[in-house]
Design a binder for this molecule. Sequence first.
Ligand code: SF4
Ligand code: SF4
Length: 419
Amino acid sequence: MSDASTPASWHANTLDCVHCGLCLEACPTYQVLGTETDSPRGRIYLMRALAEGRVTDTDAIRPHLDRCLDCRACETACPSGVRYGHVLEAVRAELRAQPPRTGRTTRSFRARLASFLLRAVVAHQGRLRWFFRFARAAELSGLRRLARALRILPADVDALVPHVPPGPARRPLPAVVPARGERRGRVALFTGCVMEQVFGEINRKTADLLAANGFDVVVPESQRCCGALLVHDGQLEPARELARRNLAAFADCEVVITNSAGCGALLRDYGHLLDTDTARAFASRCQDVTAFLARAGLRETPARFAAKVAYDAPCHLCHAQGVRTQPLELLRSVPGLELVAHPSAEDCCGSAGIYNLLQRDLASAIGRQKAKALATTGAAVVATGNPGCMMQIAASLRAEGTPLAVVHPVELLLPEPPS
Ligand code: SF4
Ligand code: SF4
């Protein structure tokens, strides 16, 4: 375990908190539950007490930490620079390593199953591919409908699980997508695990967008899942193994482009996860596609898109990566597109990896708040750059009966195809 996640290190981080409470209103769980122990300040207090040995009943504090989305809105709000996400992830790993105080685990069957699937399936590209083949077969054969009818698959979970696209959309990208027109450089594309299987079309459009703007796009075949879901779950060692594989896969790439905010945030945090100079150097080469293109400049004018669009900022893009203005800047360059004000664009939507499958009531309350806020914008389309947010926002809008389309920003930035 790297030094950055030892109890001494996360304890030191908690000492930066001066208990001012400026983070409370930014916290989605505090907004819904209104309890101090479900606020950033309260959780920091609990984690500090755990490190100091003043709290020994880990079963009592675990639910409060489980209810945290790890959205890091509190980091943006905090004037003292508390690195809340690092503290939480280290404490989750610590709690995972400790046997339950009563001898019996208080984690739900669903949480334990999720942990197992993350470790045994999501972290292995080949198994994940088989999992999605099975999911596709279940859809085509009507098994998914049957599971829902028999309530084996609860309706709210079914609403969150996307429909797996047919085969062609999931065909692997070529190893290189060559630049079109005058060549401006070479970038590598991080394709992600769930992103590639469920939103493979967006990966293709991202590569297309970069190529149309003059960049050769390489897609290393040996890349792996970023490990973010494992880190959120406190499974740091398997996440580190994935990180090492990604360092090797992208070793000769000067720029690594991500289009999933959750993946990008962790890739840019590999320096902390692995605590090596190589990992820190790699992290500094990773950029979200919108940050990269805003800096490089769009050479090709995007195709006309005459609609009102609200931009919703994924937490792991705005709070974790500090990418705020660049997606807006790019969207403003789309002919015909009217960018409308969104009052809670940086509030969490309740997705947070697999949080919406484990904390269903809380996630759906947070998601409904988001859908209600979006309904007030007058937008016809919501643009957001993270697959989990796209799924959660779409499900929340459906639940609220608000018919807005949800797209990834890159889908609005593609130029007209050559005639
Ligand atoms: S990470 Fe998000 S949910 Fe967790 S304490 Fe901070 S603001 Fe609240
Ligand atoms: S804003 Fe920062 S210093 Fe203030 S209570 Fe929250 S975490 Fe602590």
